[in-house]
Design a protein around this ligand. Structure first.
Ligand SMILES: NC(=O)c1ccc[n+]([C@@H]2O[C@H](COP(=O)([O-])OP(=O)(O)OC[C@H]3O[C@@H](n4cnc5c(N)ncnc54)[C@H](O)[C@@H]3O)[C@@H](O)[C@H]2O)c1
Length: 471
């Protein structure tokens, strides 16, 4: 067994939102666990900012992953945080160079590449972890424990919803990085590879066949309000009433503060609510209380995606000339805004997944019908809970599954990192909750769901697992 008293040394490929704000932040918070020693990032501003924060010498800063991953390893771990279509090549290079790898989901954007990644990990003998963060949440771990304990009896049906908030949909899937299927991923892969993974993990069974329906229903030119220009700041006649008006989302940040208010507690909740009612008052008091400054000068997601170092002037300019200031009805998006997948699992279990981008707030809600009890659950920014209702006794059990560690993905981001680091220290992946091979199944289900929707057909997974090696 390998033992490391020092922090694990890691290289970062892609110092974007996830690389910097999640994994970079983890290394700052837990310096005894993780230390970044090199970075590859073509955007010079992001690269130098990350290098400065993590004290990375100039010689270990790279404009792209190739020169970094083709030399002898500079550490034990490589974190691949590039965009969806740029996962396969750096992951293979990192595994072949001798790194254990943490790879963002989706593993890759074709079934064949996902198979190839699993095969490369097996051939090189290095660890490949896929960021299925929800497996690491208290919420879904509790749900799995309940199902596996048999407290519900035999599971008959699961009805699960991924309710993407209307403004997150507009940000990521209409104006932003995941709007075009061919350039990134189908939305059912980008958003729901997590959910497919949960079904397989919670039930401990595989899907036999599935079908799917869905479309891009709303964010289309014919739904634009009369007279709406191509950009919000070009004199839009409905700027006072349109929920998608870009300054409402990115300058006033109203939807973000509403979601935060739902999740915050104590003084923080009070401060966020005050920001919604009287932002000028919060601004005028922000020199007295640092927490107020964090709110009035907020620079995190989604602002950090709109422009780096998001001062009010820079955000406004980015809305004038960048992609996030476009009218949501006049973008070049083509991914769906609603999709339903019907699945038939081993053991005659029916499962449905509803994904849509029109929810008032960001949640995942689940209902599991067992022969002896029903489980309902809510996983959201405002906290999470599970309730079970026993059929014979009528007893109700309540489980508070809100995150107690970190906030990202219900605490899953931090737990995933902790497990990754522990696996490297142990020298094997068995302490982690998922392997690349397990992650493969969820990705294949997502690709199959996309194909089933496009071709209006049922996909049999046993055939698909083999045939998809070449697609
Ligand atoms: N686990 C999750 O739940 C979760 C959540 C959100 C996003 N993601 C995934 O994480 C990944 C990154 O997302 P993001 O929002 O951070 O994207 P991002 O666009 O903010 O960051 C990607 C970075 O990669 C950089 N890059 C491009 N080419 C490169 C190269 N040749 N070498 C090195 N770096 C290069 C880009 O300049 C960019 O800074 C995506 O695949 C996304 O789908 C996962």
């Amino acid at each position: 067994m390998k033992s490391h008293k020092q922090p694990i040394k890691a290289v970062l490929i892609g110092a974007g939102q996830r690389g910097t704000e999640v994994y970079g932040a983890y290394a700052i918070k837990y310096p005894d666990q993780l230390k970044f020693v090199a970075v590859a990032e073509p955007n010079s501003q992001r690269r130098s900012k990350f290098a400065a924060i993590h004290h990375i010498p100039f010689k270990d800063q790279f404009e792209s992953w190739e020169p970094l991953l083709t030399k002898s390893p500079l550490g034990q771990a490589a974190l691949i945080c590039t965009q969806d279509q740029q996962h396969t090549a750096p992951t293979i290079a990192a595994l072949e160079s001798g790194y254990d790898v943490l790879l963002e989901k989706p593993m890759a954007t074709t079934p064949a590449d996902c198979h190839l990644l699993v095969q490369t990990a097996e051939e090189t003998g290095h660890q490949l972890h896929v960021c299925h963060v929800l497996r690491y949440t208290k919420h879904f771990q509790t749900m799995r424990d309940i199902v596996q304990s048999g407290k519900l009896g035999e599971v008959i049906n699961i009805s699960h919803r991924e309710n993407v908030s209307w403004w997150h949909m507009a940000h990521s899937y209409v104006r932003g990085n995941w709007r075009k299927r061919e350039e990134t991923s189908p939305m059912i892969l980008a958003k729901c590879c997590h959910d497919f993974d949960l079904f397989v993990w919670i039930l401990g069974r595989q899907c036999k066949y599935l079908s799917s329906v869905g479309s891009l229903r709303h964010f289309r030119p014919e739904n634009a309000p009369p007279g709406a220009p191509l950009r919000c700041l070009d004199g839009c006649p409905v700027s006072d009433t349109c929920q998608y008006y870009a300054p409402f989302i990115y300058i006033d940040l109203v939807p973000l503060w509403r979601n935060f208010a739902e999740g915050a507690s104590g003084f923080q909740k009070h401060a966020v609510r005050s920001q919604l009612k009287a932002p000028k008052v919060i601004k005028s008091l922000n020199t007295i209380l640092p927490i107020l400054k964090e709110i009035s000068d907020y620079k995190g997601w989604p602002r950090s995606v709109v422009t780096s170092d998001p001062t009010p002037e820079r955000v406004r300019q980015a809305l004038i000339d960048g992609p996030y200031g476009r009218c949501v009805y006049h973008c070049d998006n083509d991914v769906v805004d609603h999709q339903v997948v019907s699945m038939w699992f081993e053991g005659d279990i029916s499962v449905t997944l509803t994904m849509h981008g029109h929810a008032h707030s960001e949640t995942r809600t689940t209902r599991i019908e067992g022969t002896q009890a029903t489980l309902i659950s809510y996983f959201g920014l405002g906290g999470s809970w599970i309730e079970t209702y026993e059929h014979r006794s009528g007893r109700k059990n309540h489980y508070n599954t809100s995150a107690t560690n970190g906030t990202g993905h219900g605490g899953g981001d931090e737990q995933l990192m902790a497990a990754f680091i522990e696996s490297i220290k142990q020298g094997n992946q068995t302490t982690a909750r998922t392997t690349a091979k397990q992650a493969l199944e969820s990705h294949l289900m997502a690709f199959a769901a996309d194909q089933a929707r496009l071709e209006t057909k049922i996909i049999f997974m046993e055939n698909y697992r083999n045939e998809s090696k070449f697609s």
